[in-house]
Design a protein around this ligand. Sequence first.
Ligand code: PMP
Length: 389
Amino acid sequence: MRQAILDLEESKIREVANAGMGRADVLPFWFGESDEVTPEPVRAAAVAALQAGETFYSHNLGLPELRQALAGYTSALHGPIGPERIAVTSGGVNALMLAMQMLIDAGDEVLAVTPVWPNLTAQPLILGARLRCLALKPQPDGAWTLDLPALLAAITPTTRLLVINSPNNPTGWTLSKAEQQAIVARCRETGTWILADEVYERLYFRDDTANGAAPSFLDVSGPDDRLVVVQSFSKAFLMTGWRLGYLVMPAAMTQPLGKLIEFNTSCAPVFVQRAAAVALAQTDTITPRIVAHLRQCRDTLVPLLQALPGVQTSPAPGGMYAFLRIDGFADSLQLAKCLVLEAGVGLAPGVAFAPQAEGWLRWCFASKDVARLTQGVERVRAWLAAQVR
Ligand code: PMP
């Protein structure tokens, strides 16, 4: 067995969830997914595809008609992008791994902006890369920000790949267009590839962009820039369990990537791709409803949390998480376990996302029933009141 695999940390989010899963008295907010099922027309399309006998292998890069539809969808958001720049993958996490397999040799330096969903920092380690992290910083109001000059200085000619996720899981921090422009310019100087995880781009609550989506690296780069964007159907279409994502990349990378997909998964399931095509065709009805509901969830949860004694948090511009800390509780894993067992509230410990996020907690607010959020805060309030501090 490879030492790099044995050395990987077990998921601390799972550690908390294992303590509380299956308990009827726990309100789970630990995982990054909505508790609402996939819209009915999308499910119906998968059933119809199965009934029509679509049970076979397909192209490595995805069904041509889905790649075409994704090109149209991406172009509508970010300007002209053809299907020759797109590949369909088995989930966003598979898209991330494929991109890293394409770009990283063992020993290469990978720079990641953290805190971040742990998969993004585990994958380079699996491939034997040298991982460096640049941490965002929490502000007194609870929002996290990027020290842009520090990031630009950390990108050097030996940096093979920059891994950056915006809107960010777990902090909600979102890059501005100007920051993206500066990062692209720096990476052009150093020859560094950018792996931009933009799976939350549609879950954006500010109205400062023309397309309603979060700023994207696609908006500030050219077709031949060393840029790979990771996307997913999980968040904007409520399709986590379907395992479907895609990559947008320079056209020259697509054919070699097809080879790599052959050796990983060979292709994404056809009936899932058929359902995804229907999701894309109906995005104008599906996605705005999801985003409006998430905004309502955020705007319910965050003020209630802010009103709790000693709680620091700020409304995220994007994503589906509140990131918070509570005065007097430094050990986030221990706090998360106490909250599960004693308050019946399941949150993810901040330390799972970076050492700098120790003491913080992530609360996924994608709850179909907004009252569950209110109930969760009430439980935390009562638990806090009972602590002798
Ligand atoms: N990137 C980020 C930042 C995520 O939070 C997630 C899901 N938690 C993914 C990628 C992967 O999503 P999926 O594999 O479900 O497409």
